[in-house]
Ligand binder design. Structure first.
Ligand SMILES: Cc1cc2nc3c(=O)[nH]c(=O)nc-3n(C[C@H](O)[C@H](O)[C@H](O)COP(=O)(O)O)c2cc1C
Length: 378
């Protein structure tokens, strides 16, 4: 096995141009003028909806356009995260975020999108083949534009280091909380920016992140969604991008393989852990979203609310980044999940649906998205 120094020397000697992905599809095309030229308001709305935040960027959405004005949303069941999201809670939130962006974009075309969650019944356990939602344009009502619409193409999940000395103002936190509310929403929003509570949340978030790194099933699941280097990102246009210049070369010398990435003590993961620890420690503030129950429709509403928070943060010039590990429901995380509720002051019968750091950071590139046609149910 080559030494780390040897690998770095190889990297330095390799022309960067080998990984630029020339001739491959543009991973970020969906973010540029979404819906431009689409005559059907549903396709215009869809082009915006696929820009929604969603767990691991699996893009778990499949749609059927029915008749003149209906859209049925299904979950692509192969794009769930069964180990870390055993209840499909987070995937359902990603579907809620999609619906909220669909609704906003439809309003931009004057269409009032009426959303019926789980029109054939909600699942008692994990999601199944039944639709997640039926969305119908109201033929008579005119929808008012949503001021957050203009933020859709600029919104990002920002995983950079944040400026630890610059917390969002109380006014900005109120703006984000207010923006998360909409008719029918059932959540409450919490926020922390005082040193003591922020330090306690950083500590919890870090322990949960470390726990996940040491949980083999979770790491194996994440590995499937990692896209190493620009070529892989352009080929898949989904998943989590890892910016490495020459993945082919690294693979050839035995790095970046699944064994290396799922092993918490590999050099790659020790380096990653140091980077993530710096990011956790840079968080100047956290916000969270809790709901009174955890029914499937509540999860959809929570996803809609989170999308609105992320958009409102964008409008305020703030970066936002979820840290979900401590909220996850697999057995290895149970103690930290209970601790999260206590720390955030959330009753034990409630559900913390989202916990995110908020602050100021350098901007990031957009995450990849597949082309519109990939989301149409065959
Ligand atoms: C319910 C939910 C949970 C998420 N949890 C995490 C997380 O724990 N860590 C993280 O880095 N991003 C998390 N994200 C952000 C997604 O990874 C992100 O939305 C996706 O990669 C697409 O990137 P984008 O938001 O920049 O479009 C979460 C998003 C959602 C909707």
């Amino acid at each position: 096995m080559p030494s780390r120094r040897h690998v770095l020397a190889l990297l330095a000697a390799t022309p960067f141009a080998t990984s630029c992905g020339e001739g491959l599809p543009d991973y970020a095309a969906a973010w540029r003028s979404p819906g431009a030229g689409e005559a059907d308001a549903r396709r215009f709305a869809l082009a915006h909806a696929i820009l929604a935040p969603n767990p691991h960027n699996t893009q778990p959405w499949l749609v059927e356009l029915r008749g003149e004005d209906e859209m049925l949303l299904y979950c692509d069941l192969e794009r769930r995260l069964p180990f870390t999201d055993p209840l499909d809670r987070q995937i359902t939130m990603g579907c809620g975020a999609f619906l909220e962006l669909y609704r906003m974009a439809a309003a931009e075309k004057g269409q009032l999108a009426e959303i019926t969650p789980f029109p054939e019944g909600a699942p008692a356990g994990p999601l199944d083949v039944r639709p997640i939602a039926l969305v119908r344009f109201n033929p008579v009502a005119n929808a008012a534009p949503d001021p957050l619409f203009t933020q859709i193409a600029s919104r990002r999940t920002n995983r950079n280091e944040y400026d630890p000395a610059r917390a969002p103002s109380a006014a900005h936190r109120t703006e984000i909380a207010t923006a998360s509310a909409f008719p029918g929403a059932v959540h409450s929003i919490g926020a922390a920016s005082d040193d003591e509570q922020v330090a306690a949340i950083r500590n919890l978030v870090w322990r949960a992140f470390d726990r996940e790194m040491r949980t083999r099933g979770a790491q194996e699941e994440t590995y499937k969604w990692l896209r190493f280097g620009r070529n892989e990102r352009a080929r898949h246009r989904d998943g989590l991008y890892i910016d490495v210049p020459v993945p082919g070369l690294l693979r050839a010398i035995g790095m970046l393989g699944e064994d290396d990435i799922v092993n918490p003590d590999s050099n790659a993961n020790k380096q990653a852990a140091r980077d993530w620890k710096r990011k956790v420690d840079s968080a100047p503030a956290f916000m969270w979203l809790a709901t009174p129950d955890d029914a499937p429709t509540t999860r959809l509403l929570a996803g809609m609310a989170y999308a609105r928070m992320n958009l409102a943060a964008t409008a305020a010039g703030l970066a936002m980044h979820p840290w979900s590990q401590a909220l996850q429901e697999y057995a290895e995380m149970a103690d930290l999940n209970a601790e999260a509720k206590t720390l955030l002051g959330v009753d034990s019968e409630q559900t913390v649906q989202m916990l995110a750091r908020v602050g100021y950071a350098d901007s990031v590139e957009p995450a990849a998205r597949r082309e519109l046609g990939a989301f149409l149910k065959p």
